[in-house]
Design a protein around this ligand. Structure first.
Ligand code: SF4
Length: 446
């Protein structure tokens, strides 16, 4: 059970010396209980208390690192069940499988395809994280050869999946320096797999049919000295998988149940790729640390990565673009000028439509604290003075000869006042960005 603030307080020196930066020992204890303070901040805590409190101060879900270098993946160490309570910290890793029994040509083609699974979304490049090599051949040499090819031919981190300890050993000899995730430990081979993981300093998974057995297996792996464990909750029944994912997360966070305090992985296999991606998205939302899929088509991976990008943003901080004047295309002195807000989703929607219209244009991104047009207008973050200031800061009058500004149709109501303040002719654009291309081609005249 997690220690309460009062439990922790009883173990502190109770001198209220303030060396920890808090006014009292009780205040420090309360923050420690909420994981908002570090035990090391108190220099006077006794060794006995350290033993008890050190264990209690550990995160309820262990942080596990897979891979090395720039593309290493960190999963786990989450503090909440629901994003609005705080935020989720470590985005779910997306893995795509590759079987080691493919022909050389097919293997190389698939790996090339996997390596290119990246998309640009609201100005950010997002991509998958891992290649999961499946020892389908059950042959040590083939598995080792596949590990070598992926290690040399991909920038992504690796999952090695085999229930054979000998085959795993062979594959590790070709890629251990990449710190792959060792997947395949079960009740029969747990200690042998754990010994390999310990020797090569790699994280490992444990797989068992029930949560009780999963907890036992994790304890067995821990006893051999492996610290970084991932619980495998894969299964063919989506309802059961989702229940397991939720139960484990709740047990770790609400009951501080250490034996299940590890991030989780699910392998999702369905003959229907649409169903596969929809299941993977569901598991990603609640609460998989890694989802592994067979689909390697961009149209399948794109919604999965988009779901991840949406859920792992901080709900309290809108995503923003830099407020400034953007030139889209080969702009000239008679190019149209329009404004929108600096909320990323709004800005990139407008930019995409302008790009698609092939009419080179200026877009002024007005600083509204990352809120959308109507939200900003109703909160008085978007008014004639704010737009006039943004126009002046960006020196828009030096970029074009005309004096016409296109404003979003949603805020047509501000056109009169803006015209007065700015001294430019105000043109009311379409209400939706989707109408911009037609507007620029048929209505706009410099
Ligand atoms: Fe209490 Fe330690 Fe903080 Fe001093 S440093 S106030 S003893 S918790």
């Amino acid at each position: 059970m997690a220690l309460t603030g009062l439990d922790i307080y009883k173990l502190l020196p109770k001198t209220n010396c303030k060396k920890c930066g808090r006014p009292t020992c009780l205040a420090f204890a309360m923050q420690l209980a909420q994981k908002k303070a570090n035990l090391s901040d108190c220099p006077d805590v006794s060794e006995d208390a350290k033993k008890v409190l050190g264990a209690a101060a550990e995160p309820p879900i262990k942080l596990v690192t897979i891979g090395s270098g720039a593309k290493k993946l960190e999963i786990g160490q989450e503090n909440v069940l629901f994003r609005h309570e705080e935020k989720f910290y470590h985005p779910t890793g997306v893995a795509v499988t590759i079987n080691d029994d493919l022909s050389d040509e097919a293997f190389s083609d698939r790996l090339k395809k996997i390596n290119s699974l990246k998309i640009s979304r609201v100005g950010t490049e997002i991509e998958i994280d891992l290649v999961a090599i499946i020892n389908k051949s059950n042959n040590a040499e083939k598995f080792a050869e596949a590990a070598k090819k992926v290690s040399n031919g991909s920038h992504l981190s690796i999952i090695l999946s085999s229930a054979s300890v000998d085959n795993m050993k062979a594959a590790l000899s070709n890629c251990a320096e990449k710190r792959p995730l060792i997947h395949g430990a079960n009740s029969q081979n747990c200690e042998a797999m754990a010994a390999l993981a310990k020797e090569k300093n790699c994280p490992m998974t444990v797989t068992a049919p029930t949560l009780e057995e999963l907890a036992d297996l994790a304890e067995r792996a821990k006893k051999t000295g492996v610290g970084e464990i991932v619980s495998d909750v894969s299964g063919n029944n989506p309802k059961e998988v989702l229940q397991k994912l939720t139960k484990v997360r709740r047990a770790a966070l609400k009951k501080n149940f250490r034996a299940l305090g590890f991030p989780m992985i699910t392998f999702v296999c369905d003959d229907d790729p649409f169903q596969e991606i929809s299941l993977a998205s569901t598991y990603l939302l609640k609460y998989a640390g890694i989802v592994a899929v067979n689909t390697c088509e961009p149209w399948g991976i794109m919604p999965l990565l988009t779901t991840r990008a949406n859920i792992f943003t901080d709900p309290q901080k809108p995503i923003q673009v830099e407020p400034k004047l953007y030139a889209v295309g080969d702009v000239k002195e008679d190019s149209p000028v329009m404004f929108t807000t600096n909320f990323s989703l709004t800005y990139y929607t407008v930019e995409g439509e302008v790009e698609g219209s092939r009419v080179p244009s200026y877009i002024l991104s007005v600083d509204t604290g990352g809120t959308s047009v109507l939200t900003a207008y109703s909160g008085d973050k978007l008014n004639d003075k704010v737009v006039a200031k943004a126009m002046a800061d960006a020196k828009v009058e030096t970029k074009v000869k005309h004096r016409k500004l296109i404003i979003p149709g949603l805020v047509a109501v501000m056109s009169g006042k803006l015209q007065e303040t700015l001294g430019w002719e105000i043109l009311v654009g379409p209400r939706e960005a989707s109408g911009l291309a037609s507007y620029l081609k048929t209505v706009w005249r410099p």
